[in-house]
Design a protein around this ligand. Structure first.
Ligand code: EPU
Length: 417
């Protein structure tokens, strides 16, 4: 499948933000900590969630969906402790299933995790963290074997801040006897939401949202229910889209408090955004100024919004230095924008210099990962002429029916085989 886009049009109307992918995936894993049913609401209908559901079903736990955006996971028992060797490497968040299996079954076979162009990231933090909690880890050729006779609470300091690493150890420690302290923990809103949900099921977690999280292990968790927080990355990408296409868009069902730094960046660039408790309205700016941008762990500027803001920066006046500090390969997609006419120089894999404004022209591009994929859609909507985006599975992994939603605000985009 591919997207065909005819760009150069201003958009107008309202975009509604989905539940957060990066909340839904850890919540699905957390549901396996209890043998009682867990109901998850406002789960986005995206490919990564579907794959996670398949992996969980493969373990013998039913994942059912009686209505849109709602899943019930009921992990009474498991029929295997080996994660699917084909599916699991496709989605990095599957590493989160390791903790619940280790707690309840005592062992797990984990294929090496994957993802996308930035997906094959290391998992040393998980290995060291689980060892600290008392697991034994054997690295084999195609999979890693984790086993645990007796787990016990421990103090673990993350050498670098890791979102999934924090989530993995936090959710596991809820059922590990004794106290676990996680230092240099990630502080993303999804981590706070996960801790609140686990606490509502009987866990004893304090400090989520700060660099030090304390977990007092309990022997059982109850079932429960939770509604996913709004996807701040989707909302932020819609902001970049509106600004870059000089559109008048309202973004509703979002949480602007999770977007403080991207909103500040827009303000500094001269883009006006009106903020209410759960919506944003952005109006066309006459002139947009370039500003340097450095990605940083939350509450800093999210790496997941770097690509859409790079596209916006091609429409801004002046020079901007983009410094990607979290991932190694995340600026390589800029080569595709250069093919569309952008003036971007890669100083090294972590730094790009953008000179703007430039007129972009349509061409054929391939989506490298979820976030750069949507950025290319934005670039296609900015560009004159026709843009074809291939490999859109990568976009469907993270954004629900994106072309239908964009069409509703006037975008000329369609999905073709
Ligand atoms: N890292 C290690 N060793 C590890 C784990 C991570 O060196 O064992 C490194 C990574 O290579 C990276 C850094 O630590 O350089 C930070 O990675 P982190 O572990 O925080 O990333 P993640 O948890 O795998 C989550 C999101 C990503 C988002 C990053 C950073 C989920 C499911 N994924 O990934 O989202 O970019 O945090 O905020 O929550 C996306 O949604 O498209 C996406 C990639």
């Amino acid at each position: 499948m591919r997207f065909l886009i005819h760009g150069g049009k201003k958009l107008n109307g309202t975009l509604t933000v989905s539940g957060a992918k990066n909340a839904a995936l850890p919540f699905m894993a957390a549901a396996l900590l209890t043998d009682k049913p867990v109901t998850l609401r406002r789960v986005p209908a995206i490919e990564d969630v579907a794959r996670m559901g398949e992996i969980i079903r493969g373990l013998g736990a039913p994942v059912t969906s009686a209505r849109d955006h709602e899943y019930i996971i009921s992990a009474k028992k498991f029929t295997t402790t080996a994660l699917d060797a084909t599916l699991s490497p496709k989605i990095r968040a599957s590493v989160l299933l390791l903790g619940p299996l280790l707690i309840r079954e005592g062992s797990v076979t984990l294929p090496y995790p994957g993802g996308c162009a930035i997906g094959s990231r290391p998992i040393d933090l998980f290995i060291n963290g689980y060892r600290k909690l008392g697991a034994t880890v054997e690295e084999k050729e195609s999979a890693i074997q984790f086993s645990a006779k007796k787990l016990r609470g421990a103090r673990f300091t993350f050498p670098i801040v890791s979102v999934t690493g924090t989530e993995a150890l936090m959710l596991t420690a809820t059922r590990v006897p004794g106290e676990t302290v996680l230092e240099n923990a990630a502080m993303e809103p999804e981590i706070i939401a996960l801790a609140e949900f686990l606490n509502s099921c009987g866990a004893k977690i304090t400090g989520a949202g700060t660099p030090m999280i304390r977990i007092m292990g309990v022997s059982q968790l109850r079932g429960g229910s939770a509604t996913m927080i709004p996807d701040r990355i989707e909302a932020g990408a819609f902001l970049a889209l509106a600004a870059a296409t000089r559109s008048d868009l309202t973004i509703k069902n979002c949480d602007p408090s999770h977007l403080a730094i991207p909103l500040l960046m827009l303000e500094r660039m001269g883009v006006k955004v009106e903020t209410s408790k759960d919506s944003l309205r952005i109006r066309p700016a006459e002139r947009i100024e370039s500003k340097d941008l450095t990605t940083h762990e939350y509450p800093g500027f999210p790496t997941d919004l770097q690509a859409p803001f790079v596209v916006l920066m091609t429409q801004a006046h002046g020079k901007a230095l983009i410094h990607e500090t979290i991932f190694n390969g995340r600026l390589f997609f800029t080569e595709k924008l250069v093919r569309m006419g952008a003036k971007i120089t890669l100083a090294d894999p972590h730094r790009a210099i953008i000179e703007g404004p430039t007129k972009l022209r349509g061409t054929t591009l391939e989506s490298p990962d979820i976030r750069a994929g949507l950025a290319l859609v934005i670039a296609g909507l900015v560009a004159r002429g026709k843009t074809t985006i291939e490999n859109i599975y990568q976009i469907d992994r993270g954004y629900e029916k994106i072309e239908e939603r964009l069409r509703a605000v006037g975008a000329d985009i369609k999905r073709v085989p």
